[in-house]
Design a protein around this ligand. Sequence first.
Ligand code: AMP
Ligand code: MG
Length: 326
Amino acid sequence: MLALGIEGTAHTVGVGIVDGSCRVLANVYGMIKPEKGGIHPREAANHHAEAVVPLLQKALDVAGIGPDAVDIIAFSQGPGLGPCLRTVATAARALALTLRVPIVGVNHCVAHLEIGRGTTECEDPALLYVSGGNTQVIAFSRGRYRVFGETLDIGIGNMLDKFGREVGLPFPSGPILEKLARDGSILLPLPYSVKGMDVAFSGMFTAALGLRRDGARLEELAFSIQEVAFAMLTEVTERAMAHIGKDEVLLGGGVARNRRLQEMVGRMASDRGARMFVPPGDLCIDNGAMIAWTGLEMHRAGVRMSLDDTVVDQRFRTDEVAVTWR
Ligand code: AMP
Ligand code: MG
């Protein structure tokens, strides 16, 4: 069985094709890079509308199959930016109707967890999902993926990108800050904001900009932001694991590619006799393969959707999905 998934919740539009054992046959994407400022939802949606058809063709070419070989169409139903979600949903509906195959709407956050389970050896992990727009600790409990902790303001990736923009770095700034941080070693004072199981990053953003105006070197700032922000994330992840008794931790989202974050979470895991798993980089960022795989699992478990069920949901919560496939 082959599923084709279309992702398009934010700046990335992606198309992936996977088979019934989570073998990724294709995973291609395009990303809108704002000239200045953040992403404009309407502009991102226009980008996705133009990019999606060539990406569909490219994915089929990479997989070496024709459209008739596809058994299911899956798409990212939410959460995300309304215009982007609607663009991708429209493409998915048109494709499913043309090919006369079932369509499955997928929760984006759940897909980050499922692709980790599908492509690494973990079975029942706590997911630290760290991306541009989202920062959550998610784990399976009593039939649902539940959010055990999350950001109270902006996503960690968004904080890194916004800081980078303010100091003149290109988008996305996360990977550039990671490189700069290797040449920093002085821990500058930044607010450590953990509130119960939750974290907050806007205070750190403001404080870091203030230090920059006072002449702090970018390398020290990048180093300090990483040390403090990642310590916060590691702390809430550990608390969630202890609370719900999980001995596996999975990283997901674009910021999961960061080596220092991997090192800190990996250290925490081994200190408590747990294991850490990190999917390959192009399955960490927003991608179509994770949508395809989750749609395939849902379909196999009997989930069926009529076109009326495919309305997008900007605020689609992780724990709204009944997880019937595990
Ligand atoms: P996503 O939203 O999951 O597609 O991931 C994109 C986000 O990941 C952006 O905010 C990037 O700045 C961030 N990102 C990507 N690679 C890294 C890295 N190596 N270190 C920190 N952040 C990163
Ligand atoms: Mg994501």
